[in-house]
Each structure stands twice: as structure tokens, then as C-alpha cells.
Design a protein around this ligand. Structure first.
Ligand SMILES: [Zn+2]
Length: 434
């Protein structure tokens, strides 16, 4: 009924999500025509009411709604400004399980945001989804808040000339006439913004390493892709040693056949643009960054966007650790250089609550990484990496808060770290590197 407050204060996107219920499973049957950018779908959500619901809301962009069913029966609905308000025939009791089915069709258009359009986007010859943080309603009806994680089945039907890649395991692929239906199942709970469908004329190759890895790419990029992702298997090995077990069954990379401003993570997947592969590993730090999000962001997901540093600080810090592990500059050199740079920048951000406007401010990324390097110096390598591994194990496939991380770090180090974390996370001035 009301917007969720999260666990960390005022929500950054009060128009997104509904705290009145939680979704357990999304079943999406989608049909997409690439040329006209036409998406039709049926979404079936299995949910549980957190309170008695006279009505509830889903987030969904400007599609034409054919029908809304609650528990199999027609329900009244009103759809405007990205919200689908549903009034079931009878109120739903607190803790009751219920289903919602929505049939919809239209031209998916990105959700407008402070960072431009987010979500489903048409490419020159295909489509991508870049959902972070509020782009999911551009392609399916959802409870769009990061802490409401659910399992998914995603079926996509499109022309057979295209590959359709979605999160999870490919469980079925059937060709009927000129179209092919691809069915994926995502068994581990996933936040809405990490759900993804990538459609394009791609080839793929498999990479060697401790988990199955597949890279989809336009054929012209093959040589560059082979070289630039050539060390990804070793990267997974290094991160498994440092952060604990890789959280998913496989890892998929899509190099879209277009230039992208920045790469983007999805669950069990990352999406790069052709501009991110140069055949010289010039962007390898981004390969490490996106991979690290599988632990930090995808397995461990913030309950509230105010804690974004738990995603971006950790992924940026992982870039430095990969540099160190692969014989490049040690993490300390990166930390000292970025500390000196941040000292020159305005110090007007609170890292653990930067405000929606600064969600993707580079200072959040770099100061977030610096907190971790500073912690490593204060508690030593043994306690630091034990903290990282206990963190990913304790909250695997769950949601997390800053308070949970600082409490765990203090427990592992067996010493109070309150003053340390307050200075780095809650105050604006940049503390000196220990
Ligand atoms: Zn990132």
C-alpha cells in the first residue's frame, strides 16, 4: 500500500515498489519483435501479503494492459504514471499467498531517471536491458524495490535469427516456424533491477575456469573478445579465494553490438559494449568490476539504495585486488592514488547515505573502495579477508545493510571499529589512510 521505507531511512525512489507485499516468483512469457520494438507479455507473480491488502500496486511502464487477474479472477485496475494499481474483488489477508497475472503489450521505452533512460532499450539490431536502479518496469510488471528478491522463469519468443539471453539456466529452446522460444530459470532470488534479457545476432564462446562461462558477442569482435576476457577464469579463481564461493551456477557475458556508456551487471551476467573491448585488455578493470558484482550487489543486495557503497565500493575495491593478484599494481598503490585525488574533490558526501542524485557519483565508488582498503590496513589481511568471506557466506542470496557489515567487521576483528566506520561512512570529511 505504501512505499517501503527500507531499513535505512527515507527511500530514494518513493514512487517505486510497494511495501505491502513481497514477490516469491515471477513467471514471464514474453514475445518480442526486434524491428518494430514490440513487446507483448504475460506476467504471473506469486506473492505474499505483508499486511491486509485492499489494493496494491505494481510498477509498469506505458504498456496497454489487456487483463489483470488476482488468484485467477478478474480484478479492477488503474494504470498511470508507471503504477498499476490493482483492487482485488476481496481484500487479501495478511500473510496470505496470492497470484497476480498481467497481460500487456506495447513498445517498451526506457524509464526516465537522473541518469537518462533505464531498462529495455532497442539496439541497432536487437535489444538490451540495463535496469539499474529503476529500469525493470520498462519491460515487466514488478514490485520494484531492491530488497524484494524473487525467483524467475523468463520465456522469450523472438525471430530465430537472434539469440535471446536471460538470467539463469537455459532449460528449453524450441523453434516453431520462424521464431524460437528460449526458456530460462533463475533459481536464486534476484532483485528486479538485475533481471535481464539480451537479444542480438550473437555468436558465443565458452571460457575455461572454475565455473561455466559463456561470452556472447558480434562475430566481428571475436579476436578482441577472446583476448580481453582471456583472464576471466583466473579472475573467478582469485575472487573465490578472496570472497568465497561464486554465488551462481554460471556466468554469462554479453558484448552488445553497440557502444554502451558503461558496462552493467545483471544476475549471473554482465553486459559490455563493443567500445569496452579493444583487444589489449585496456578495460580489464571493468571485467573485474562487473564480475565482483556477482558477490556484491547480486548475491548480497542492498535493502535500501542508500547503502549503494556495499555494491560499488566493493566492486571498485575488487578491481584493485585483481590488479594486485594478477601482478599489476598492488591495491595499496591504487588506494593511495585515489585517496590523494579524493582529497582534492569537494567533501560533501556521506558515503552511507549519499542521496539519490549521487548514487553513481564516482566519489561513492572510490571512497567505498578506500574504506575497505583502510579496514584491511587496520585489522590486517587475515581478519580482513575472513570478514569478506564471512560477509558473503552469511548473507548469500539475501539483502544487506551497512550496519550489518560494520557489526560483522568488528566481530571478526575482535575490537571496536565504531569510530573508524563513523569517520569513513557517516562523516563528510575524508579521513587519512591508516
Ligand atoms: Zn558497479
Amino acid at each position: 500500500m505504501k512505499a517501503p521505507s527500507g531499513r535505512g531511512g527515507a527511500p530514494y525512489f518513493p514512487d517505486h515498489g510497494d511495501g505491502g507485499y513481497g514477490v516469491r516468483h515471477y513467471d514471464l512469457d514474453l514475445e518480442y519483435r526486434v524491428g518494430p520494438n514490440r513487446l507483448g507479455g504475460t506476467a504471473r507473480l506469486s506473492a505474499v501479503a505483508a499486511a491486509r491488502l485492499d489494493r496494491f500496486a505494481l510498477d509498469l511502464g506505458a504498456f496497454r494492459i489487456g487483463k489483470v487477474l488476482v488468484d485467477g479472477g478478474p480484478a479492477r485496475f488503474r494504470h498511470r504514471h508507471g503504477k498499476l494499481h490493482v483492487t482485488p474483488v476481496r481484500p487479501i489477508a495478511r500473510d496470505a499467498a496470492f497470484t497476480v497475472e498481467v497481460r500487456y503489450t506495447g513498445n517498451p521505452s526506457p524509464v526516465s531517471s537522473l541518469w537518462g533512460g533505464l531498462g529495455w532499450e532497442q539496439l541497432t539490431d536487437g535489444s538490451i536491458v540495463a535496469g539499474q536502479p529503476i529500469g525493470a518496469p520498462s519491460w515487466f510488471p514488478c514490485n520494484d524495490r531492491p530488497g524484494d528478491k524473487a525467483r524467475y522463469r523468463i520465456a522469450v519468443t523472438t525471430a530465430s535469427a537472434y539469440e535471446a539471453v536471460a538470467n539463469g539456466r537455459l532449460v528449453e529452446r524450441r523453434r516453431v516456424g520462424a521464431t524460437t522460444t528460449w526458456v530460462y530459470e533463475q533459481d536464486e532470488p534476484m532483485a528486479t533491477y538485475l533481471a535481464s534479457v539480451q537479444i542480438g545476432r550473437y555468436q558465443f564462446l565458452e571460457l575455461a575456469g572454475p565455473v561455466p562461462q559463456r561470452v556472447y558477442y558480434p562475430s566481428a569482435a571475436e579476436r578482441r573478445v577472446r583476448h580481453d576476457f582471456g583472464r576471466q577464469g583466473a579472475m573467478i579463481e582469485a575472487f573465490t579465494r578472496l570472497f568465497g564461493r561464486y554465488p551462481f551456477g554460471a556466468y554469462t557475458v554479453v558484448v552488445a553490438d553497440d557502444e554502451l556508456e558503461i558496462p552493467v551487471e545483471a544476475q549471473g551476467m554482465s553486459i559490455f559494449g563493443t567500445n569496452h573491448v579493444d583487444g589489449a585488455r585496456g578495460q580489464e578493470r571493468l571485467v573485474a568490476h562487473e564480475l565482483a558484482h556477482q558477490w556484491f550487489g547480486n548475491s548480497l543486495t542492498v535493502a535500501s539504495w542508500s547503502d549503494i557503497w556495499l555494491h560499488e565500493g566493493f566492486a571498485t575495491h575488487a578491481e584493485w585486488l585483481w590488479s594486485e593478484a594478477s601482478g599489476g599494481e598492488p591495491a595499496a598503490a591504487h588506494a593511495e592514488r585515489w585517496h590523494a585525488r579524493l582529497a582534492e574533490e569537494p567533501q560533501d558526501l556521506v558515503l552511507a547515505d549519499p542521496g539519490a542524485r549521487h548514487l553513481f557519483d564516482d566519489r561513492v565508488y572510490k571512497r567505498g573502495a578506500l574504506v575497505l582498503h583502510a579496514l584491511r590496513r587496520v585489522v590486517g589481511d587475515e581478519a580482513f579477508f575472513r570478514t569478506m568471506r564471512e560477509w558473503t557466506a552469511a548473507h548469500r542470496h539475501g539483502t544487506v545493510t551497512t550496519g550489518e557489515f560494520t557489526a560483522l567487521a568488528g566481530r571478526v576483528a575482535e575490537r571496536p571499529l565504531d569510530a573508524f566506520f563513523t569517520a569513513w561512512l557517516r562523516e563528510k570529511d575524508l579521513p587519512p589512510l591508516p
